[in-house]
Design a protein around this ligand. Structure first.
Ligand code: ADP
Ligand code: GLC
Length: 480
């Protein structure tokens, strides 16, 4: 089974969120099952620097603004990778989607169309003599890959489109359609047109043979208006080919027994190591040492993540003896409000604005509770990392959070299945109520220790999910 895995970021070379973690771990897990999975990525400078053994295997002038490009073959962390070198479009440092001021690059439609176009060019086997059976495209950036494949018709690779976040559409003015070198009739309601605009997400959802998303609950939710971002009708019409497959944890990077970033290593039975991580985190961030729980957040700071709810519920957390640690970056207003809280509550609230991989690990390890109160969450990885590190997740019952955290209800506690705290309503009152339940549970160290052990015993490894993807590949191309 040969699969071309089309995406834009991959850990550790280039990461803006969980997508990069998945793009590193899933291809490797599929390869471990025997599939010949190869990555296709734009040759962003950070990706080129991380790749080894690069060698040109093809060159073209694409019909997209007559862009000259080369396809390079190399290796990224042991996984074969093809990089698209198109200096005019990809030789830009920093975030792959926006400029230094945080503005979308004005030629993003061409940049990401080129990714899809090259993916489809693999169909005839002329690039590196390698013809994929499956083209697996991830999020809107790769959304045109299924469209270019559909435009080729005939005997072509099967296409799979995975939605990591329906909130980002990749939408461009209708006038850009002419530059995409797609058949005229693709710009229609039964195509990639969305309210007069070109919509890359819709292209993926409409033209892919199969659609997946990153949790079973999110697969159901996105078929409803509340979570559908306008795509729910289309998704309902394609529900027969839509499945949810959970993301996993890569133990090479997230394991408290081996993590190079944390103060002390620990396992399920060892509370001392975790205590050492908490003490170290507090002194590193200037929090007072004491008996209360530390709540940690490692997140993009956006409306999706429910950070405003945390701000509202903060007084209740502090009144109950809790402390808050936040690492993140995002919307300026949220950053500002969080900073103000840290200033107002020195010793109890610490806020680090920015991106810091090592600190993220120390926060996940040193917190007692990891907060993920999202309004929507396709899968979410930080709650999975929290479980592995025995830091109980406090999450909203939505998307992948609902699928991975089991609330401390009396029934779950009795059955030994409880692993965290779950609340339903995306309101400060809902979150405050869950915080109160945390504070009650915190007063019972023995049962807290049991919860922590339950959490750490959960197996969210990638193997099971990779097998589901492979089954899907086989369903589409049984002869491969
Ligand atoms: P999303 O992809 O929606 O941002 P996920 O929970 O799937 O959410 O993944 C977020 C990933 O990004 C995790 O690996 C998390 O540790 C990491 N992360 C988020 N913000 C930061 C930050 N400021 N510094 C370091 N890592 C971060
Ligand atoms: C997106 C989602 C997140 C998911 C990640 C990886 O960024 O917001 O929930 O875990 O993709 O699939």
């Amino acid at each position: 089974m040969r699969a071309l895995y089309v995406s834009t970021e991959v850990f550790p070379a280039l990461k803006t969120g969980g997508l990069a973690d998945v793009n590193a771990a899933l291809p490797a897990a599929l390869r471990a099952l025997g599939a010949d999975v190869r990555l296709l990525l734009p040759a962003f400078p950070a990706i080129t620097r991380a790749a080894t053994d690069l060698q040109a295997v093809a060159q073209f002038t694409a019909p997209l603004a007559a862009t000259k490009l080369r396809v390079l073959r190399g290796t990224l962390d042991g996984v074969p990778a093809y990089l698209i070198e198109a200096e005019k479009l990809f030789a830009r440092d920093g975030n792959p989607y926006v400029d230094a001021a945080g503005q979308d690059w004005p030629d993003n439609h061409l940049r990401f169309a080129l990714l899809g176009w090259v993916a489809a060019r693999f169909a005839d086997g002329s690039i590196d003599g390698w013809r994929p059976d499956i083209v697996h495209a991830h999020d809107w950036h790769a959304g045109l890959a299924p469209a270019y494949l559909a435009a080729r018709g005939g005997d072509r690779p099967g296409s799979i489109f995975t939605v990591h976040n329906l909130g980002f559409h990749g939408e461009f003015p209708g006038e850009t359609f002419g530059a995409l070198a797609l058949p005229e009739n693709f710009f229609s309601i039964y195509g990639l047109e969305f309210y007069g605009k070109v919509n890359f997400m819709k292209a993926g959802l409409h033209y892919a043979d199969r659609i997946t998303t990153v949790s079973p609950s999110y697969a159901r939710e996105i078929q409803q208006a509340e979570f559908g971002f306008g795509m729910d009708g289309l998704l309902r019409s394609r529900s027969g080919v839509l499945t949810g497959i959970l993301n996993g944890v890569d133990p090479a990077h997230w394991n408290p027994q081996t993590d190079p970033h944390i103060t002390a290593h620990y396992g399920t039975a060892d509370a001392a190591g975790k205590r050492a991580c908490k003490t170290a985190l507090r002194s590193e961030l200037g929090l007072t040492q004491g008996d209360g729980p530390v709540f940690g957040i490692v997140s993009r700071l956006t409306a999706q993540k429910g950070i405003d709810l945390v701000l509202e519920a903060l007084p209740a957390m502090l009144a109950g003896g809790g402390q808050l640690v936040v690492l993140g970056s995002g919307e300026a207003a949220l950053e500002k409000q969080l900073r103000a809280m840290a200033t107002a509550h020195r010793g109890a609230v610490s806020v680090c604005i920015g991106y810091d991989e090592a600190l993220a690990h120390r926060i996940i390890a040193g917190s007692d509770v990891v907060l993920v109160p999202s309004r929507f969450e396709p899968c979410g990885l930080t709650q999975l990392y929290a479980l592995a590190y025995g830091s109980l997740p406090l999450v909203r019952r939505v998307g992948g959070l609902a699928d991975t955290v089991c609330d401390v209800s009396p029934a779950h506690v009795a059955a030994g299945s409880a692993t965290g705290f779950v609340f339903a309503e995306a309101t400060a009152a809902g979150l405050r109520d869950a915080l109160q339940r945390v504070l009650v549970a915190w007063r019972e160290p023995k049962s807290w220790a049991r919860l922590r052990a339950n959490a750490m015993r959960q197996d969210f490894g990638w193997a099971a999910s990779a097998r589901r993807y492979l089954e899907l590949y086989r369903e589409l191309r049984p002869q491969a």
